[in-house]
Design a protein around this ligand. Structure first.
Ligand code: TRH
Length: 381
């Protein structure tokens, strides 16, 4: 059985662990590989993997051997045939030495952040020999159709999503279990997993005062101070709380595991998402979405955002493309999105159609794990 080691250093939030945990599970489940996932912050990990015991240095979950990556001395272990460092996290010297011990040097991959920018195609799969050691690292860039190494998506995901979305009874049961009363007349269900920001605060205030009824599903997280301000609360709302204000009812949800979060995305009409992994999952939900991109220095994130919008809106009717651009650019530049939000009913049905077709286009050449496995196989030949 081929063995893989994946290294994840949690920088902030849940994106780093979210991506590596998803990849580790898929490699174990779909390819039968022996996967070890080394994580330096098990407490963050446990928030999105409730079955994990953050106090244990080693445990098995979903077929993955999870190891705590200690800050101090790294344990003496044999290196795997394939080694993934996620997002450029430096590997421990002791592990590098173990890699050198292998008769056949491991395939060493730096899994990069996702970007829709054109330069990705030129850098994807590039080799970088280590300056001192007889080891070579390859850069593997996730990417959109025709650009880079694909996007993470489990083989059966879209079929499971379709079955869910065609099953009103399962959805009704799901909402009931979350304590969410049935949809009211004309109401939109909107999940809200974004960063704290003036844009979010403004949008919440505008939504409360708008004519369109909304049910907001808000997993516990960074946007709660904005929500408290919009609702006029003195304390942060807690999971399980329900608030009604103007045209809006709000349910604050506990964080679920990743499969539970997928179900939330599949069940909503519009999903507000962030970072990298929830952004991709919202695309797989096949529903209109609004991406709150992770802010970077010198507004580098706005370049990334524009690159995505160009791909996402290519070939769309001008009016829909404008609508999607306006919402995203205004939200991410902290401008007032009230007018764009109010115009949404005019394009929502067409956006819905586009969102439904988009995943198939992105997955036509295979998902990220499949392409990663093909790449490593070639290296191992
Ligand atoms: O949490 P994020 O903002 O993460 C990241 C990191 O900050 C990273 O450093 C940065 O570079 C990157 O963004 C761009 O957003 P993301 O990527 O969407 O990760 C959230 C994860 O949490 C994702 O795997 C889905 C998961 N999740 C659950 O499992 N359950 C939940 O209930 C929710 C709301 C999310």
């Amino acid at each position: 059985m081929q063995d893989w080691d994946i290294f994840c250093s949690v920088i902030d939030n849940y994106g780093d662990i979210g991506v590596t945990w998803r990849l580790a599970r898929q490699l174990a489940d779909e390819y039968g590989f022996a996967v070890r996932l080394w994580v330096d912050d098990l407490h963050s990990f446990a928030r999105i993997a409730p079955g994990l015991d953050a106090g244990l240095p080693q445990q098995s979950l979903a077929g993955v051997d999870i190891r705590h990556w200690p800050a101090g001395d790294f344990p003496a272990v044999d290196a795997a045939a394939v080694v993934i460092e996620a997002f450029g996290c430096p590997l421990p010297e002791r592990y590098l030495a173990a890699m050198l011990q292998r008769a056949r040097k491991p395939v060493w991959i730096n899994l990069e952040y996702l970007s829709a920018e054109d330069w990705v195609a030129g850098c994807h799969a590039m080799a970088s020999p280590h300056p001192r050691l007889a080891l070579t690292k390859h850069f593997f860039f996730p990417g959109f159709a025709g650009n880079g190494g694909g996007l993470l998506c489990e083989r059966t995901l879209l079929a499971r999503r379709d079955a869910w979305q065609a099953d009103p009874a399962a959805q009704a049961q799901y909402w009931q279990a979350l304590g969410v009363a049935p949809r009211r007349d004309g109401e939109w269900l909107v999940s809200v997993f974004c960063y704290e920001s003036p844009a979010a605060r403004q949008w919440l205030a505008a939504a409360i005062n708008a004519a369109q009824p909304l049910c907001l599903l808000v997993p516990q997280g960074k946007v709660l101070p904005d929500l408290a301000a919009a609702l006029g609360l003195n304390t942060l709302p807690q999971a399980g709380e329900v608030h009604e204000c103007g045209a809006v009812r709000v349910h604050v949800l506990p964080l679920s595991d990743q499969d539970g979060y997928d179900r939330l995305l599949w069940s909503c009409d519009i999903n507000i998402v962030r970072g990298e992994d929830s952004f991709v999952r919202a695309q797989w939900a096949g529903r209109p979405m609004l991406w709150h991109i992770y802010r970077q220095q010198e507004d580098a994130h706005l370049v990334k955002l524009e690159a995505f919008l160009q791909r996402y809106c290519a070939g769309l009717p001008e009016r829909l493309s404008r609508q999607i651009h306006d919402l995203h650019l205004q939200w991410n530049r902290d401008q007032d999105i009230t007018a764009s939000w109010q115009a949404l009913p005019q394009t929502l049905a067409a956006w819905q159609q586009h969102a439904q077709a988009w995943p198939q286009i992105q997955l036509a050449d295979g998902d990220l794990a499949m392409r990663l496995v093909q790449f490593t196989e070639k290296q191992l030949q």
